[in-house]
Design a protein around this ligand. Structure first.
Ligand SMILES: Cc1ncc(COP(=O)(O)O)c(C=O)c1O
Length: 361
């Protein structure tokens, strides 16, 4: 590496996305591979979104609205918050990065779970922010005590994915309550709710309902999952004005494109499309969980659009064997390298995955 590249950068490990469908089809010479590796919406966006995008294509010679007034207004109305309590991101990924660059510095410290979403690690490492990874429980459930115990006097940022990726586990309302109250006031608590729409446990609560409990609370949401707009990169943060103002100063101009802004706004107007997908996911998640358990595998209870499966052997082996059957899932790094993360697809996709799994086992 060029000596000009600082250690903070050379330490980075490029994000490894799920294997692209086209790549596997090319390698195997097949046309019907199934990708259940990136927790994407398998039914696609609302037809109203597709139609609106078609009409808007001719306008892409213009810059987008840098303030994204229409989308932020729609989101403000949707959530009952003020416009200046919302910052948009190029996917919530960009907001994670911005949070790591905006609030803590190299003399501060961040906390997040292990295993949890890999981008917290990437964001802190890129920004040169020291961090502690709080262990989950043995059964991969969240451990709020471990998160609180990882907080140091210099801690400025804490990420909680609720539901968590890659486990699908959630922090129940009372425990979330406790975390928000017991975390020292100086810490910016970020609750990443990328999978919130899929959570249906009676005691699940969005942190948006608990904003009264602490000042420094930021909730992340995305249009990539339930709304099916992953390719357009639209996420947002909701938080107190003073913190959102900090993110607005740090973000790049025009960070969300005009098509993304439009698609997200139209998607909000079609809640029925989201509801139908969430219902499909609920049914199929139960069926996939039961099907994998029938094959003798251990499946963690999930509140998201994927399941984490303990395959009892190196996950890479099974991952490769499934690839040869045309099914792409996600192998996991240590400490859960005996697990595979499998996204919930349509009934046909899940049948294909379950049949392939039965064969390779
Ligand atoms: C917990 C969590 N947060 C954030 C994201 C990022 O989503 P996006 O950048 O597409 O909004 C993901 C994506 O997989 C995720 O799992």
């Amino acid at each position: 590496m060029d000596p000009l590249v600082p250690p903070r950068v050379s330490r980075m490990i490029p994000y490894a996305p799920g294997k692209p469908l086209e790549e596997l089809e090319r390698e195997l010479g097949i046309r019907d591979a199934v990708k259940l590796a990136s927790n994407e919406n398998p039914v696609g966006p609302s037809p109203k979104v597709v139609e609106a995008l078609g009409r808007a294509l001719a306008s892409v010679s213009f810059y987008p609205d840098g303030a994204a007034f229409a989308l932020r207004s729609a989101l403000a109305a949707h959530h009952g918050v003020d416009l200046d309590e919302i910052c948009l991101g190029n996917g919530s990924n960009e907001l994670i990065d911005l949070l790591c660059r905006t609030f803590p510095g190299p003399d501060d410290h961040a906390v997040f779970g292990r295993p949890s979403f890999v981008c917290y690690w990437l964001g802190c490492t890129a920004a040169g922010v020291p961090f502690t990874e709080a262990p989950l429980r043995e059964d991969l459930a969240w451990d709020v005590d471990a998160l609180l115990a990882s907080v140091e006097p210099r801690t400025k940022l804490l990420f909680l994915a609720n539901p968590n990726n890659p486990t699908g586990a959630y922090v129940a309302r009372q425990e979330l309550h406790r975390l928000l109250r017991e975390l020292p006031p100086r810490v910016v608590c970020v609750v990443d709710e990328a999978y919130v729409e899929f959570a249906d446990a009676d005691d699940y609560a969005s942190a948006l309902e608990l904003r009264d409990l602490r000042e420094r609370l930021i909730v992340l949401r995305t249009f990539s999952k339930a709304y099916g707009l992953a390719g357009l990169r639209v996420g947002y943060a909701i938080g107190p004005r003073a913190l959102i103002d900090g993110l607005q100063r740090m973000r790049a101009p025009f960070n969300v494109g005009s098509l993304g802004q439009l698609a997200a706004r139209v998607a909000l107007e079609d809640p029925e499309h989201v509801r139908a997908y969430v219902e499909l996911n609920r049914r199929e998640r139960a069926r996939v969980t039961a099907g994998l358990r029938e094959l003798g595998l251990s499946v963690a209870p999930s509140q998201a659009n994927f399941v984490l499966v303990d395959v009892g052997r190196p996950g890479q082996e099974l991952y490769q064997a499934l690839l040869r059957k045309g099914v792409i899932v996600r192998p996991m790094p240590p400490p859960i390298d005996r697990h595979l993360r499998i996204s919930i697809g349509t009934a046909a996709m899940n049948d294909r995955m379950l049949a392939a799994m039965a064969e390779v086992l």
